[in-house]
Design a protein around this ligand. Structure first.
Ligand code: PEP
Length: 252
């Protein structure tokens, strides 16, 4: 059975006190929940990761990073290396978020390097991709998504895929209140899985968790997560409030 995942991306929100409070609340609200085949992750801002790690140690909540640099170390002022993340005990990094692509110019070439560095450091990658509104309106969304996947991930060995989680995030649905319909999400997720099966094997494709991201909230999570190829969500806005976030974990 594929692992279900709910991952909260706090983005550039929550100072250290607020991060501690939110992590505490999430841990406490999850206490009575039995999580079978389900992982819960939070991705706080870098400077608050240590504090959140302390709170979530010995709980089912995992901590992920929102980004990292492609170089292993060196003169890259202001950047964070993979080894810094693993030295904090992190096992997962989010890469390719549309905000990184749009505001920080991360393209397929940079992301290919980042994925490679992350995997070399034994980090699991949550790889984000998705089309912008113009692509969908012009009917190019499958083509765009296929290229994003192919250009960055299709040189990976089959073994490396055990450390990859996909997050399909149509950019027009991120932080906009617009959500892909359950049918649109399922259609794209099935397309993605078929691409992986065609390039690798059906068995490999069946093992890859594919998350949906884009204005997931307690009111729409259940119908999105009920789709056979939607294995959970990458959550922005609704991850900033413990009650909402935990409600999403309860939505499977
Ligand atoms: C995201 O940033 O990955 C995201 C899905 O944000 P939101 O849930 O706020 O749309």
């Amino acid at each position: 059975m594929r692992t279900k995942i709910v991952a909260g991306n706090w983005k550039m929100n929550k100072n250290v006190q607020e991060s501690i409070k939110l992590a505490d609340e999430i841990v406490s609200e999850l206490k009575d929940l039995t999580l079978e085949h389900t992982r819960v992750l939070v991705a706080p801002p870098f400077v608050n990761i240590s504090e959140v790690v302390k709170i979530t140690e010995a709980t089912p909540v995992e901590v992920a990073a929102q980004n990292m640099h492609q170089a292993s170390s060196g003169a890259y002022t202001g950047e964070i290396a993979a080894e810094m993340l693993t030295s904090l005990g992190l096992q997962t990094v989010i890469l390719g978020h549309s905000e990184r692509r749009e505001y920080f110019g991360e393209n397929d070439a940079v992301l290919t390097e980042k994925v490679s560095t992350a995997l070399d450091h034994k980090l699991e990658v949550i790889f984000c991709f998705g089309e912008v509104l113009a692509d969908r309106k012009s009917g190019k969304h499958f083509e765009v998504v296929a290229a994003q996947l192919r250009n960055v991930l299709f040189e990976l060995s089959p073994d490396q895929w055990s450390s990859v989680v996909l997050a399909y995030e149509p950019v027009w649905a991120i932080g906009t209140g617009e959500t892909a319909s359950p049918e649109q999400a399922q259609e794209m997720h099935a397309f993605i899985r078929r691409m992986i099966a065609d390039h690798y094997t059906q068995e490999l494709a069946d093992g890859v968790s594919i998350l949906y991201g884009g204005s997931v909230k307690p009111s729409n999570a259940q119908e999105l997560f009920a789709n056979p190829d939607v294995d959970g969500g990458l959550i922005g806005g609704a991850s900033l409030q413990a009650t909402d976030f935990v409600a999403l974990v309860r939505s499977f």
